[in-house]
Design a protein around this ligand. Sequence first.
Ligand code: RIB
Length: 299
Amino acid sequence: MMRIVVVGSVNMDLVTLAPRFVAPGETILGERFLTVPGGKGANQAVAARRLGAEVALVGALGDDPFGRQLRDGLVAEQIDLSQLSQLAGCASGTASITVAHGENQIIVVPGANAQLDPGHVEQAQTLIGRADAVLLQMEIPLETVEATLRLGQRLGVPVILNPAPAQELPGEWLRLARYITPNQHELAILLGADASDDYLQLMQRSPCPVVLTRGAEGAWYREQGEPIHQPGFAVEAVDSTGAGDTFNAALAVFLHEGLAEAVRKACAAAAFSVTRFGAQAGMPSQAQLRQWLAQRQQR
Ligand code: RIB
């Protein structure tokens, strides 16, 4: 069984389903409101666990009702929470999300996630040293992102960095990642490039290998210097929240099957995930993914 450690955020998602996005100063009537577990770190942990990996989450929660609810959800998913801190006097992270026509707009207030410091990562050293891969995102302090990349390098454990939300990072940090998994927009920000630059050229400029996500259009990666396109799987999208997280988790879980197969399964798992409302609700189990892929091959 693959052993994965996720270093990242845990949020409560406050999700409104609306007929469209609002303009500044405008009020419209929404269709539905849900409070569901989210956060890029927790989402990737849940997706990897459902796909059959043994998963531990290094993160921070507040000591508020959201924090308790979020912890209970992660316990139910059978994720190792020995390195998930519950911080006194702190609010849990929240994400205010509007979903319209299958797309989303998100505002994250980090709360306890902003207190996840390099010391927490050091404390998880034994766990990380035993892992097959580390999954890392950027909803936690940048110094903690750097500490995780350096620890992964020191321990010889591959780190997959999902650079979201994107910020420009030093090339020296990027070189420490086994893969980065941005979309086109995130890759441009990460490298300090222009958003209109050709993404295949940007991939070449990256100091570490890139698996570029293209939403419904699938993903790009390079093998032996050649760009390879994995087409997306056509589905009726209900909510794309958490699709990127599902992609990253599947990539890590199936990496031992080779990059091409891992990217194919990551695209499939991400497509599956957008067919349900809420970040974690649509994440497939290993059996569901296998069956779904088999059905599609028969057509
Ligand atoms: O990637 C999706 C996640 O981003 C949401 O669950 C939300 O919490 C934000 O962190």
